[in-house]
Design a protein around this ligand. Structure first.
Ligand code: AMP
Ligand code: MN
Ligand code: MN
Length: 348
């Protein structure tokens, strides 16, 4: 679930005045009967879902009536998110508007993260992209992309401010989920004074951070607890990898999931247990998707640019939190990662 995006100090300016003006005009200029389609990235995390639903609720407050939210892939929402405000906006990808007047993408760095919904970019009247990945490929018509933002919700909250939509507890709950997910509960480097000021505004609406955090981060079925135990036991430490900075990695198969009767999304939290390892800068979890297909999560404590590793292997992400889709066996996938690590060392 956790994207755990430690944004670092990515180069690249945020949105210009012209970008903000164009985005405002696109929303304010919508006719009364406009169809608006919200889309977040495949395998949505707290930032993707929270930002999309919070912004959707904001559009509702503005009077947008024909409004749907979706994400690519099977319409299965991870259990920890099944209480979020705004879920009534959510439809499966097959029920997304075929030709919306406006598409808004959330936390999506590139078209490939839109899966089967990528065709909406051409079919929509306008495609607006809200994001915070430095690697964003600017695949829409209008872009509000701020690589310095700790979460996409930071950009969305500013757009709602500029649209004059007041924060309420429902919107704030969604944005708090987004912000706390991508800052690792306000622990990562991206946790600036501005982040805490935004969080203060969210909390001032009366939301309960203890309840929210427990539901999102600290609750999992007993089967998942036992599954994590097994998967952690097979973790491997390679102190020599990444030019001596160290690599720790583990993997989980579909059979592991079946044995413990767990859905795939429970594995999203696994990287947070693996990356604790003191002896390794880089951590990695390889999660089986298909017979020879693996979803790979990479994290770094600061010595390695794991987004460079991920990009070299066909994926993307942030400097210290990235991922890609691996093919072949686990050993082949990890071998390819080892091969990229030394070349991705950061100076200093
Ligand atoms: P995860 O490890 O799935 O939490 O993802 C960490 C970061 O890597 C997020 O910013 C994702 O957007 C990015 N990411 C993960 N998987 C992929 C992928 N297959 N392609 C591009 N970016 C990815
Ligand atoms: Mn995300
Ligand atoms: Mn994000």
């Amino acid at each position: 679930m956790s994207e755990s995006a430690e944004v670092g100090t990515a180069a690249g300016a945020g949105p210009t005045d012209t970008d903000w003006a164009a985005a405002l005009a696109a929303v304010r200029g919508l006719p009364a009967d406009a169809r608006v389609q919200l889309i977040c990235h495949v395998n949505p995390d707290g930032d993707a879902l929270g930002t999309m639903l919070g912004f959707g609720l904001g559009l509702r407050r503005l009077g947008v009536r024909q409004l749907r939210a979706t994400f690519p892939g099977p319409p299965v929402l991870p259990e920890p998110f099944r209480w979020l405000p705004g879920l009534e906006l959510l439809v499966g990808q097959d029920d997304a508007y075929p030709e919306p007047d406006l598409v808004i993408c959330f936390d999506v760095a590139s078209e490939s993260r839109l899966g089967d919904l990528a065709d909406r970019l051409d079919k929509a009247g306008t495609a607006l992209v809200l994001d915070h990945h430095a690697s964003n490929t600017r695949f829409g018509d209008l872009h509000l992309v701020d690589p310095h933002a700790a979460a996409t919700s930071v950009v969305a909250q500013e757009l709602l401010d500029r649209l004059g939509v007041p924060l309420d507890a429902e919107i704030a709950t969604c944005f708090y989920v987004a912000l706390s997910t991508d800052t690792g509960s306000f622990r990562f480097e991206a946790t600036t004074p501005a982040v805490h000021r935004l969080a203060a505004r969210l909390l001032a609406t009366g939301i309960r951070p203890g309840d929210i955090s427990r539901r999102i981060f600290d609750t999992r079925p007993f089967g998942a607890v036992r599954l994590f135990g097994e998967v952690m036991l097979r973790a491997r430490l390679e102190p020599a990898a990444a030019a001596g900075r160290g690599l720790v990695w583990t993997y989980a198969t579909r059979e592991d999931l079946a044995r413990h009767d767990q859905p795939a999304y429970v594995l999203e939290a696994l990287i947070d247990s693996v990356r604790c390892t003191a002896e390794a800068d880089v951590s990695c979890v390889v999660k089986q998707v298909d017979a020879a297909e693996w979803a790979v999560s990479l994290r770094s404590k600061g010595a390695v640019d794991v987004s460079a590793v991920a990009v070299a292997l066909g994926g993307g992400g942030h400097r210290f939190a990235a991922g890609f889709t691996g093919r072949g066996t686990v050993d082949e996938v990890v071998d390819r990662i080892r091969g990229e690590l030394a070349g991705a060392l950061l100076p200093g």
